[in-house]
Write a protein that binds this ligand. Structure first.
Ligand code: DX5
Ligand code: ZN
Length: 233
């Protein structure tokens, strides 16, 4: 299985378009479009109608996309019980799985289960969860995903007040010299990417600003990649 530690560089900003903002009636060609436009991964938002008040996609959808795309599937599980479904998502083709620290499961158990399944592991924090909650897990995971909107829906406004949290996690990763990616999700566009990158993030999830950009997906992805100039190594 491919993994984000070997394949996703840390010395430039990478882009993971969220298909939540794509045209679901043309999902295959939407994925082709962002692939040709130069995205680095594909972000899949999985919601259970319980952990967040919305329902999106399940393993069958990943499986059909897997048959069509070679992108790394950056799978974001917004589920109350990620342990119950992790194996189904890996079997369907998820390369990387991020679960929420606020889920009902014991985080160590989820990490161990995901490792046993062979995928890379991320932990996501909702806006109200402090950086200190994820710090004890940094040496066991591959990625931290900091939400800059309340999870559940695309198209919301970026919460700039999350930047101190991003800085704190970035500093802890650096202090430990750990190979952990720092990803931001929610309201990322050509403007907000600057502050997110300056705070220490190196991976950008972007739905609306990529799939619904009037200038087109190629320009959208180029604008996000250009934030590499502010990257904090
Ligand atoms: C929200 C999802 C995000 C969202 C991002 O719960 O995790 O991935 O789709 O969409 P935009 O970029 O539109 O904020
Ligand atoms: Zn997401």
């Amino acid at each position: 299985m491919r993994n984000i530690i070997d394949l996703i560089p840390r010395d430039r900003v990478t882009v993971s378009p969220s298909i939540l903002a794509a045209d679901f009636a043309a999902l295959g060609s939407e994925v082709d479009k962002v692939t040709e436009a130069g995205c680095d991964l594909l972000h899949l938002d999985v919601m259970d109608g319980h952990f967040v008040p919305n329902l999106t996609m399940g393993p069958p959808l990943l499986k059909s996309l897997r048959g069509r795309s070679d992108l790394i599937f950056d799978t974001h599980l917004m589920l109350s019980d990620p342990l119950k479904y992790a194996e189904d998502f890996v079997k369907a083709g998820a390369d990387h799985i991020t679960f929420h620290l606020e889920s009902d499961n014991n985080p160590d158990e989820v990490i161990d289960a995901l490792r046993a399944l062979g995928c890379t592991v991320g932990i996501s924090l909702k806006p109200a969860t402090p950086a200190s909650a994820v710090i004890p897990y940094l040496n066991k995971i591959d990625l931290v995903l900091i939400m800059t909107v309340e999870p559940g829906f695309g198209g919301q406004s970026f919460m700039a007040d999350m930047m101190p949290k991003v800085k704190e996690v970035h500093e802890a990763i650096k202090a430990g010299n750990l190979p952990v990616h720092l990803e931001i999700d929610g309201g990322i566009d050509a403007k907000t990417v600057e502050v997110a990158t300056k705070a220490g993030a190196n991976m950008m999830v972007a739905g609306t600003s990529v799939f619904r950009n009037p200038a087109g997906t190629k320009v959208a992805i180029e604008q996000l990649h250009a934030a590499t100039q502010w990257l904090k190594l």
